[in-house]
Write a protein that binds this ligand. Structure first.
Ligand code: NAP
Length: 284
């Protein structure tokens, strides 16, 4: 067993399924003690059991991160049980697919902002005084490749992921030299329930043929980023080509995004093994 996080206290939001669950299990394998937060009590209890089966202590606290009282109670419960928090993983979030001209667009932005950005801000502001007192702590925020380059029909999500990225960037500079680290993770499409309800035909065109990453791959990157305090991690590394193209010129970025909607290109770039997002999550 890797022991870097032995007996460290790791608080994971959105721990009831998907990437958050995988992150909790990955830290448990490293000997960490887990505080698990999400709304679904049953799923949370299941993850708590899985963590304990790996030999790690776990406390699950049903929490809606959009509710400030619930967030305060979560952080109080973590400190009451373990006396400290060493790593905060702000992972809870939602995502909605839809064009800018769709009726639901503004509402989608509002809902996503509340869960994925304001939830992250609130939990962070509650945990930071603890990190300041300890003179140590690591915050890992979950953004997305969409937080660096938006795709068509995913604007509401991309707006929020850009804001999570900017929040992390500001915070990292504000806490520099205090013993507190801030990492932000930018995963590409990942095989979770995030877009399970989205109509496959309505998905952003570059996602059409893309084989999603596994939640375990993202979780391993989160643990490594927390260990090394890496400021930014893009997953998979190949996605940096898109971001590089976008940095040179938005036209080039758009061109690469359009190219990614072609099966031949995604296969060539090893971003497609023939299975789409929906095929992958339905076969799980
Ligand atoms: N899947 C992808 O392609 C992908 C790619 C890049 C980044 N991400 C990011 O990764 C994070 C995790 O997403 P996922 O893919 O694992 O999706 P998921 O399977 O849908 O899981 C989302 C998690 O967030 C929790 N959550 C949602 N709203 C919440 C709220 N108001 N309060 C507390 N918990 C809340 C959910 O739990 P409850 O419903 O039980 O509350 C669940 O545990 C998100 O921030 C997402 O933006 C995902």
């Amino acid at each position: 067993m890797n022991t870097h996080f032995a007996n460290k206290v790791v608080l994971v939001t959105g721990a009831s399924r998907g990437i958050g669950r995988a992150v909790a299990l990955a830290f448990a394998r490293e000997g960490a003690q887990l505080v698990l937060a999400a709304r679904s009590i049953d799923h949370l209890a299941q993850v708590e059991n899985e963590v304990q089966e790996l030999g790690a202590a776990a406390l699950s606290v049903p929490t809606d991160v959009t509710d400030p009282d619930a967030v305060a109670a979560l952080v109080d419960a973590a400190v009451a049980r373990f006396g400290r928090i060493d790593v905060l993983v702000n992972n809870a979030g939602i995502g909605k697919v839809g064009a800018v001209e769709s009726e639901a667009f503004a509402d989608n932005v509002h809902q996503t902002l509340r869960a994925s950005l304001f939830g992250t801000i609130d939990v962070t502001q509650r945990v930071l005084p603890i990190f300041r007192r300890q003179g140590a702590g690591v915050i890992v925020n979950m953004s997305s490749v969409m937080g660096r380059k938006a795709f068509a029909r995913f604007g509401s999500y991309a707006i929020v992921m850009h804001s999570v990225s900017a929040f992390s960037d500001s915070l990292r500079q504000e806490v520099a030299g205090s013993g507190i680290g801030v990492s932000v993770i930018y995963p590409a499409l990942t095989a979770t329930d995030l877009l399970r309800e989205a109509d496959e035909a309505e998905m952003p065109p570059p996602f059409r043929h893309m084989t999603p990453l596994s939640a375990d791959t993202v979780a391993r990157a989160v643990v490594a980023a927390a260990r090394r305090r890496t400021p930014r991690v893009v997953l998979p590394r190949r996605a940096n080509m898109l971001l590089l193209g976008e940095a040179v010129s938005p036209r080039l970025g758009d061109l690469i995004a359009t190219a990614l909607s072609r099966r031949r290109i995604t296969r060539l770039l090893r971003m497609s093994s023939g299975r789409t997002y929906h095929q992958t999550i339905q076969s799980r």
